[in-house]
Design a protein around this ligand. Sequence first.
Ligand code: SF4
Ligand code: SF4
Length: 373
Amino acid sequence: MPTVSIRKCPSYGEAERAIMTAIDDLGGMTHLISPGDSVLIKPNMLGAYRPESNVTTHPDVVRAVARMVLDCGGRPVIGDSPGIDPFPLVSARTGIGEVGKTLGVPVLPLTDSIPVAAKEGGKFRKIELSRIAVESDKIINIPKMKTHCQMTLTLGVKNLFGTVVAQRKAEWHYKVGLDRDVFASLLVEIWDHLRPCLTVMDGVWGMEGRGPSNGRGRHFGIISASDDALAMDQVLSPLMGVKERDFPLLRAARATGKILEDVRKSGDAIAPFVPRVDLPKSDSLRLLPSWMDRIGKTFLSSRPTQDVKKCIGCQKCVQVCQARAINMGPDKVLSFDYDRCIRCYCCHEMCPVDAIKLQKGAILRVLDLLGRG
Ligand code: SF4
Ligand code: SF4
């Protein structure tokens, strides 16, 4: 039976001790990593954000995990595939590059990908994942505890989407289109292919509101560890106030028979530890038949718009949009083709200055007024 440990950790100064205790609750690192194992440590390196932005995994958490792998005789590399920002900048700004330097552990962009064989009963015929992720003996997944505008939350399983290399992430968003449940099925299949031996959640500081990059920092004060990333998501999501039916990832896991009926919980913070998390309001497109997509897009979904005053003209939104729905005109003014837009919100996620706003459709606004949005 998988175990999820949740340990109190008020500050990053106490992270190493909390991580060690949480991993001890699973049987200890030596139980997970053997001498000589090649180990991919996969933090959240979404973009070139400083640790205090609470977007990426804190370097103290990465350092503690990498040290423990080295102590077990493992051969770690730290790697991720950021959305748009160049890897050297991401590595420097997040502080994770410095961790690698001081420990002598390579910090690498995941660039090369290979196809993985389809799972029996899987929805997707072909998925390409990072070669290092597929070929490493072990993967240690180190997500950041955050809300997510498209998927409600990003926890253990979603962090593995970073093993889809570079622009292929946006291509997947484009392929699966509006349907969050299809995208959630993809995330569950990726997790099922990779099955990290350990997931360590950086929940000391996380994010609420318009995550994963434009929300507010939130002090959760915990570190969690599990030998099963899906089990972690099952345990943490209700503690953050999200029911299974409102979390696409768990709906997809349930639909494919992957949900875990028995999970052992351990640690000193397994009671609800957060008073109330400000969740992003979700759209209701999944409830509509496909022939109503267009109506749904207009009235039931939120659409991206530009805050021209905040925009710095970097064009990251234009680059990430696989639907080619954004153009930049004179004076940095963006125009959106809402017929082409698939509401993936990658532009919102990638904007470094929160200049992409999500404007609710008319019906969502009415539901909000009625207190049901
Ligand atoms: S405009 Fe934004 S939300 Fe729409 S498809 Fe492009 S990246 Fe996705
Ligand atoms: S909206 Fe954001 S991502 Fe797009 S050009 Fe402006 S600053 Fe860059």
